[in-house]
Design a protein around this ligand. Structure first.
Ligand code: AMP
Length: 391
């Protein structure tokens, strides 16, 4: 019998998934169901990362896609027994500081949080419902992007707004928590207990200050819009701009949402692309300015987070840009020598893991993130497969 747990990351029309064995860190298979609907596609990779033929299936709905995924896995592992399904859920609200097994009560609670993350939460919950339908009786475990930050001190949780808004949940939640949780779990001993700033720089981008492995402050707030500029999201913005857009330009909430989430950031500034690889080679003044802005805001946030934890022992780069762009890493670090940050160009060119110069006071590292593994560990734990057993 092959016992396994499945991880799912459900978007509006996509499902990213990975099948993990009951023990060990390497998935048995990974894949993506995309354009769920009449033109749905399903791509699967085996343990070695090579493409594997997917079973034919009904890709018109999330539930159909999940069944097709499972049938494909069964083709590879005929004696497969699914113990649990772990779901990435963007919002766990005020109360969830850890993963939770989904019950009817939990589901109702998560549905009530949809207004806090209207672009993601409903799709994540569709994924849970679809998996519950496809695998009756199998535990569904919700793993939250907000959970890792829930124990931040009040001062980093609140906005300077009337208290009633705080009480109804208008707080700084911080996101990318599964990524930070993973990075915290693999930090080397000499920095694991120190003050570490983790820069999750991907299409979505944020930073988190850790002390002793716990989140103290982060750049994202109530929504995943705040902080750093991103592929298409604006990052930090003066709320006065939003008032101007509403009052003077008559823009609706939906129009402003589209502007801030989909048309801003690197795409808005460059007028060209949200893709950093493309901007690095574009050689237009606007693309260069977009990169300048991104780098500058990263530097400012590193300074701000270091102030929040009283210094810095290590800086960690992760996610698509952080793991792969030696140029962006070098440019961010170039003006941070006052913080003891000094890169070794050869190590940086090799993408780490340690990229700081020998003897530099602050360790700089590149650590590939692994959100799926964090979800798989939670899914295992929920059904009693402990990490000791799973190690
Ligand atoms: P993610 O959302 O973590 O998948 O990251 C996506 C971002 O990483 C996009 O902006 C990509 O252009 C960027 N990226 C991936 N590989 C590279 C690379 N080799 N150089 C620069 N940016 C990269």
């Amino acid at each position: 019998m092959t016992e396994a747990v499945l991880t799912l990351n459900a978007g509006s029309s996509s499902l990213k998934f990975a099948l993990f064995p009951a023990r060990g860190d390497r998935p048995l298979a990974t894949g993506l169901a995309d354009r769920i609907g009449p033109e749905g596609t399903l791509k699967l990779k085996g343990r070695d990362g090579q493409p594997v033929a997917a079973a034919p299936g009904d890709l018109r709905s999330h539930a159909g896609a999940i069944r097709a995924v499972f049938d494909s896995f069964r083709g590879q592992y005929p004696d497969l027994t699914l113990r649990s399904v772990g779901h990435r859920v963007v919002h766990g609200g005020v109360s969830h500081a850890a993963p939770v097994t989904v019950t009817a009560t939990v589901m109702a609670e998560l549905e009530a949080l949809a207004p806090f993350a209207p672009l993601h939460q409903p799709h994540n919950l569709t994924g849970i419902r679809a998996a519950a339908e496809a695998f009756a009786g199998v535990a569904q475990v919700a793993c939250f992007d907000t959970a890792f930050h829930r124990n931040q001190p009040w001062i980093n949780d609140a906005f300077a707004l009337p208290r009633a808004l705080y009480d109804e949940g208008v707080r700084r939640y911080g996101f990318h928590g599964l990524s930070y949780d993973y990075i915290a779990s693999v930090l080397p001993g000499e920095v694991a207990h120190g003050r570490v700033i983790v820069a999750h720089l991907g299409n979505g981008a944020s930073m988190c200050a850790l002390h002793n492995g716990r989140s103290v402050a982060s750049t994202m707030g109530f929504s995943a819009l705040d902080g750093l500029p991103m592929g298409t999201r604006c990052g930090q913005i003066d709320p006065g701009v939003l008032l101007y857009l509403m009052d003077q330009k008559g823009m609706s909430a939906a129009q402003i949402s589209d502007l801030l989430y989909r048309q801003s950031g690197l795409l808005g500034l460059s007028g060209l692309s949200n893709d950093m690889r493309m901007l690095e080679t574009a050689e237009t003044p606007e693309a260069e300015q977009a990169i300048d802005y991104f780098v500058y805001r990263c530097q400012r946030e590193i300074g701000s987070l270091a102030a929040a934890v009283g210094g810095i022992d290590a800086l960690v780069f992760t996610a698509g840009i952080g793991e792969n762009s030696r140029l962006i890493r070098a440019r961010i670090c170039a003006r941070l020598s006052w913080m003891g940050i000094e890169l070794d160009p050869a190590r940086n060119a090799d993408n780490g893991p340690v990229i700081s110069a020998a003897g530099a006071p602050t360790t700089v590292m590149v650590i590939p993130t692994n959100e799926e593994l964090v979800i798989a560990r939670a899914a295992r734990a929920a059904v009693g497969l402990t990490e000791q057993e799973a190690a």
